[in-house]
Design a protein around this ligand. Structure first.
Ligand code: XIL
Length: 314
């Protein structure tokens, strides 16, 4: 079978996967699929702040460097994930008793350090992750609560200074259809563009539930593209109640097909990344109780019907 990356490349698009560092180092079957099937990689956890700076000033780049080197060796682009997020912030920050001015400096230094380290080696950064609530208001977080609304524009500006070549993204979930959350983000992007803030793309995570691909996914991607930014599906998975069966796996394949097709219908949709190579590694069962089977490969690294649907959709 033709690898997904061959099909996507022929279409000028990225097909990516979130990579677990322990699997990349521990399983040649895993790493062969990552290199053979995908032309883009995202670190599932290795580039998050808690991973790269577990205690203040103690920088640990081993796993992140490993993925960047792997990508380079295999002709893949890297999506950097993520610089400013409310989650997986190291405990020394959340429990550090810092004031607002100190937090702002810490965030600025973190972005400068990490984006600077990988300058020229990362295709895109998810600079800002998950900044909104479902109703379109800003999500309360250590950054929002202490730095105010400007933390998003500031983070993008700092990232641009550190790596002028990287595409700078805002990334979020439940923004795949037109709704209050995606519209709030749409309004923000419009305003950032008007102010000349560096914003190059919007990442639509797309942690979807079986049978619930929004019917307006393509139209929503297009309205963002029409603002003059790239769009990407950055964390696709389609979860179902487990165990799966032939019927649910077939409808999952149809959901994956719909997402690829929507991306391909939008000129500025650069590609689709799936969140985890296989069902054994997926974050889904640990977070959504009773759900799983969300990725393209089963627990034994066998391609599922969704894999064939993605191949056919390219
Ligand atoms: C998840 C990882 O998959 C898990 O291994 C980790 O324990 C928690 O984070 N949105 C994001 C990703 O932007 O970074 C999250 O990844 C999944 C939801």
């Amino acid at each position: 079978d033709t690898p997904l990356r061959t099909l996507a490349s022929a279409d000028g698009r990225q097909i990516g996967v979130a990579v677990a560092d322990n699997r990349l180092t521990g399983s040649t079957a895993y790493s062969s699929l990552v290199s053979g099937q995908f032309n883009s990689v995202t670190a599932e956890n290795a580039m998050k702040w808690d991973a790269v700076e577990p205690s203040q000033g103690n920088l640990n780049w081993a796993a992140a460097d490993r993925l960047v080197a792997f990508a380079r060796a295999n002709g893949q682009v890297v999506r950097g994930h993520t610089l400013a997020w409310h989650s997986q912030v190291p405990g020394w920050i959340t429990n550090g008793g810092f004031g607002a001015a100190q937090l702002r400096t810490l965030l600025q230094q973190h972005i400068a350090t990490e984006a600077g380290r990988y300058a020229g080696k990362v295709y895109a950064w998810d600079v800002v992750n998950e900044a909104f609530n479902d109703n379109g208001t800003r999500r309360s977080s250590i950054w929002q609560d202490n730095l105010g609304d400007g933390w998003i524009a500031d983070s993008l500006t700092w990232a641009h200074q550190a790596d002028p070549a990287a595409k700078l993204y805002i990334n979020d979930y439940s923004i795949e259809g037109v709704n209050a959350k995606s519209t709030a983000l749409y309004d923000l992007v419009k305003s950032l563009k008007q102010q000349g803030v560096p914003i190059d793309g919007i990442g639509f995570q797309a942690h979807l539930v079986l049978g619930q691909v929004p019917s307006d996914l393509k139209a929503n991607l297009q309205r963002f593209a029409d603002l003059g930014v790239d769009v990407a599906i950055t964390e696709l998975d389609v979860r179902m109640q487990t165990p799966s069966n032939a019927t649910t796996l077939a409808s999952q394949a149809e959901d994956y097909r719909k997402v690829i097709t929507a991306c391909r219908a939008v000129a500025r949709c650069v590609g689709v990344t799936v969140w985890g190579l296989d069902d054994a590694d997926s974050w889904v069962p640990g977070v959504f109780s009773g759900y799983g089977a969300a990725t393209l490969y089963d627990e034994n690294l066998q391609a599922k019907p969704a894999w064939a649907a993605v191949a056919a959709a390219f």
